[in-house]
Ligand binder design. Structure first.
Ligand SMILES: [Fe+2]
Ligand SMILES: [Fe+2]
Length: 152
């Protein structure tokens, strides 16, 4: 069980999203250079994928452990949120990890670059949805503890 406040959890996960978005932007940029015919960009793209894979792996573990305990307590819909989070969310994390692995499998720069573009779009969509549906300040509020723990 975590002793972090909801606002601290939200800030930590959003800060990790910010870092992942900047790594994803760098990989995406390198992929566009590859597609544009710059062979030197292949190494940059692959290094960027390594960094992105490490950051995403650590973030997904944080997210799974920090959110699993608190999401059921958030509101009346907490149970629904929890089931969405544990099933579709875990599935989406696995899909993103698999898609990252897929990007690295091909040694053809153009194949990898095309996969990177699809991966980054999906990854950004995943983080945007989380920030709307789970990590929004109106949902993950510190006063939620007081509301659910104290009657009246
Ligand atoms: Fe996630
Ligand atoms: Fe996330």
């Amino acid at each position: 069980m975590t002793t972090m406040r909801f606002s601290e959890i939200r800030q930590l996960l959003i800060e990790e999203h910010r870092h992942i978005r900047s790594l994803a932007a760098a990989v995406s940029d390198a992929a566009h250079h590859v597609i544009g015919g710059d062979p030197a960009a292949d190494a940059t793209m692959r290094e960027g994928l390594d960094r992105l894979e490490r950051a995403l792996g650590a973030h997904n573990v944080h997210e799974d452990t920090l959110l699993r305990d608190i999401v059921p307590t958030i509101d009346a819909w907490g149970k629904l949120r929890e089931s969405l989070l544990t099933e579709s969310h875990a599935h989406e994390h696995a899909a993103l990890t698999a898609s990252l692995g897929e990007c690295r499998r091909s040694s053809d720069p153009h194949v990898t670059a095309a996969q990177v573009t699809a991966l980054v779009t999906r990854m950004l969509g995943h983080m945007d949805a989380e920030e709307r549906e789970i990590l929004h300040p109106d949902i993950l509020r510190d006063d939620v503890i007081a509301i659910s723990g104290v009657s009246g």
